[in-house]
Design a binder for this molecule. Sequence first.
Ligand code: COA
Ligand code: ZN
Length: 314
Amino acid sequence: MSTSVWSGAGQRIYMQEVGTRDGLQNEAIFVPTEEKIRLVNALSKSGLAKIEVTAFVSPKAIPALRDAEQVLREITREPGVVYSALVPNVRGAERAVESRADELNLVMSASESHNLSNLRMTRAQSFAGLSELVKAVHATGVHINVSLSCAFGCPMEGDVSAEEVMAWCRRYIEELGATGVTLCDTTGMAYPTQVAQWVRQFKSNWPSTELTLHFHNTRGMGLANVLASIDVGADRFDASFGGIGGCPYAPGASGNVCTEEVVHALDLMGYNTGVDLDKLLEAASFLPDLIGHDVPSQILKAGKRLDLHPCQVG
Ligand code: COA
Ligand code: ZN
């Protein structure tokens, strides 16, 4: 292939796998603990920058992840991979720190209605609770990332303004000292020009804070949103192997952008994701049997662009 069509020029893009959290939380079936550990171990060997292993939430709310402690404790950790866990409250943070999470991913919604349905709190209550949480774990030195759900639109309220989103980012970064922020498109409402505007505003306000974009492919705009973000300086993306995922508390939510689709596209364009696509595809190939249904990944179905087929003549 001629290098003339490449545009990435080796630029580093950090891929963060969320399938074992965002994906499995949404499955009716309970994937056995040892199989979850096997999946995380396979993902760990594929060169991903970060893996959101699980969530320390109420086991009544999300029974699929009721084995969070055991999974996080028993995985084999690869040097250089950050092992993160989603936590909604102090109780979750204590469980995650005891299980040696490298990073706590705190969650709050940018929209009031989604926060009420997902976390049963107002946003002000969430912020107060998460402030307590940050104080409680401060001495451990664990990294704090804050995920803002519905940052590009809410399925109950509609548009969420950039000003609203940036105001919450400011509070988490400047008041609580968050090391990173993730802007989540929980139900696939983001579109490329909007995403570019949010990323530009964030980068100009907080150039040294880690920014992650978390897109769902609900309306087919996931990969376009990734590319639009990269064009304006973003370099970290959450994605799900197999393209699984979705929020149980958001009407119409569906899968995350698919890790292997993003990696496949970025590889072709000359970006450096650090991910071994074959290893990633192998991990994703275990999913249909484990969750009992087909997965959205187009690369699992079609193969890579240059996986050639015999020529059938006559
Ligand atoms: N870990 C384990 N158990 C927890 C917990 C945690 N982090 N947080 C709450 N619980 C338990 C409580 O002990 C209580 O159990 P009990 O009924 O046996 O006494 C029960 O959950 C309810 O706790 P409460 O403090 O009243 O909270 P709540 O019912 O308002 O729940 C959340 C709030 C957010 C903790 C809960 O709804 C939750 O975990 N939701 C999952 C959100 C999620 O993962 N969404 C998708 C990803 S964004
Ligand atoms: Zn999500």
